[in-house]
Design a protein around this ligand. Structure first.
Ligand code: UDX
Ligand code: UDX
Length: 468
């Protein structure tokens, strides 16, 4: 029996699944996941996990109660562990210096201080959260200033899992990246991953390369989406078809086929935040041209989201006021219940500004979360939520239990998340219950355009001329 003990602070989309996988693959290592949020911990200990990921429930069920524990006992877990992961969230700062760009490191700093207080002997502290470059250095200084004799090695081990495919990504990662100065500490962590991941996929670098690689990977991925979305605008103007263009260019082995799907815009907790971090970092070093280059990826994404709602209004005779619009999908991508930075939030807000009535259906996102996101979105845009917008969310938003319920008596359907069940719905049934012309705006290019056009819908896709 190995005596290795691991804990992870932060039981979110990253900490929860990652630790569950380590516990599943290494039955002899004790894994303790801790979080300040009691309600979240309770759900990790129930059958209704707070994170929806295909296959995750089975992984948790296998390890929970054996060598995987979830609790709020942060201090005790730190004290007892050899390796401590930090996987707390690092939102973009909303105030003060760097507001709207820099990462808010308040939680990271608090974690480092708690670790310093509760530690004795030697600990390996692993940054799992995406952080600005050189944060590890700050964490190390805080840890070393505790003065209670404990010693620390700090490693950067960024997570590359994508939500919706987290279990597969954790099982078969393209690579695991470990950055750190101490060869012993790096090996200690590498040995854990090597239980199920081939050694040649475990890359080791210095701390800063590791931190910067995470930001760069996300910036490159987001850049591909913004690049194809930029081309989608040109396709709509010229009569080219963006999916045909994507296929044609993706077969070039130097370009490759992935991340070339034109869409209503990328979302998720990472892309925008990480690029803004990169931009902030470049500005900090006086690299204006480099900062502007990356910032354009985010600007393009904002434009793509806004363009979608503008196109809807323009197509529907320049008014959507009082019209019912069925919004299919609220999560930022399929197979997750995460809605952070989802393009759907922006489109819904724009439509509400136009006084539309929106009928939302998402298979995994609960009503309370949808309303909270919309309220927050108005608050962010206006610097606080007004009485008027609050009322608008009350009166003009309904949340439904099925696609058929949401599309009932609608003037238009907007597909905003690529859930599989939106591909093959009963088109005749939906058409019969809708007003004419029955508009469909496909923000994900997933519906069968030919079939729906033949059924009698007027279809508008991304990066293609419209069907009328
Ligand atoms: C992760 C990464 O850590 C983040 O840096 C990356 O950019 C996005 O993915 P994620 O797991 O998605 O974050 O965040 P979230 O689901 O919000 O989980 C963080 C958890 O940490 C929450 O459950 C929160 O309650 C907990 N937390 C936060 C603490 O336990 N202590 C704190 O001090 C702060
Ligand atoms: C991303 C990175 O992929 C992952 O490695 C990192 O650890 C965290 O950030 P995630 O945000 O979970 O993962 O999902 P991802 O699959 O990258 O999608 C991000 C957004 O881009 C989604 O809104 C998705 O719909 C959109 N997207 C992706 C497109 O619009 N087109 C594409 O071709 C690919």
């Amino acid at each position: 029996m190995s005596s290795l003990r691991i804990c992870c602070i932060g039981a979110g989309y990253v900490g929860g699944p990652t630790m569950a996988m380590i516990a599943k693959q290494c039955p002899d290592i004790s894994v303790h996941v801790v979080d300040l949020n009691q309600a979240r911990v309770d759900r990790w200990n129930s059958d209704d996990l707070p994170v929806y990921e295909p296959g995750l429930y089975e992984v948790v069920q296998e390890a929970r109660g054996r060598n995987l524990t979830f609790s709020t006992n942060v201090r005790e877990a730190i004290h007892e562990s050899d390796i401590i992961f930090i996987a707390v969230n690092t939102p973009t700062k909303s105030f003060g210096v760097g507001a709207g760009r820099a990462a808010n490191l308040e939680f990271i700093e608090k974690c480092a201080r708690t670790i310093a207080e509760c530690s004795s002997g030697h600990k390996v502290v692993v940054e799992k959260s995406t952080l600005p470059v050189r944060t590890a250095e700050a964490v190390k200084r805080i840890l070393e200033s505790s003065g209670n004799g404990a010693t620390f090695d700090v490693l950067s081990n960024p997570e590359f899992l994508a939500e919706g495919t987290a279990v597969q990504d954790l099982l078969h990662p393209d690579r695991v990246l470990i950055g750190g100065e101490s060869a012993n500490a790096v090996e200690k962590l590498a040995a854990v991953y090597a239980r199920w991941i081939p050694r040649d996929r475990i890359l080791t670098t210095n701390l800063w390369s590791s931190e910067l690689s995470k930001l760069t990977a996300n910036a490159f991925l987001a850049q591909r989406v913004s690049s194809i979305n930029a081309i989608s605008v040109l396709c709509e103007a010229t009569g080219a078809d963006v999916d045909e263009v994507a296929k044609a260019i993706g077969t070039d082995s130097r370009i490759g086929p992935k991340f070339l799907k034109a869409s209503v815009g990328f979302g998720g907790s990472c892309f925008q935040k990480d690029i803004l971090n990169l931009v902030y970092l470049c500005e900090h070093f006086g690299l204006r041209e480099v900062a502007e280059y990356w910032e354009q990826v985010v600007k393009m994404n904002d434009y793509q989201k806004r363009r979608f709602s503008t196109r809807m209004v323009r197509t529907m005779f320049n008014t959507v006021s009082d019209k019912r619009i069925a919004v299919l999908g609220f999560a930022f991508k399929k197979d997750t219940n995460d809605t952070r930075e989802s393009a759907s939030i922006h489109v819904c807000r724009d439509l509400l500004e136009e006084r539309a009535k929106i009928a939302i259906y998402d298979p995994r996102v609960p009503e309370s979360q949808i309303r909270d996101e919309l309220r927050q979105s108005f608050a962010d845009a206006m610097g606080g939520i007004s009485e008027q917008h609050s009322r608008l969310i009350e009166t003009n938003v309904t949340v439904h239990a099925s696609l058929y319920e949401a599309t009932e008596k609608a003037h238009a359907v907007a597909v905003l998340t690529e859930w599989d069940e939106f591909r093959n719905f009963d088109a005749k049934r939906v058409l019969q219950s809708m007003f004419r012309p029955a508009f469909i705006f496909d923000g994900r290019n997933i519906i069968d355009r030919k079939r729906l056009t033949e059924t009698g819908f007027e279809v508008h896709s991304i990066g293609r001329a419209s069907s009328v």
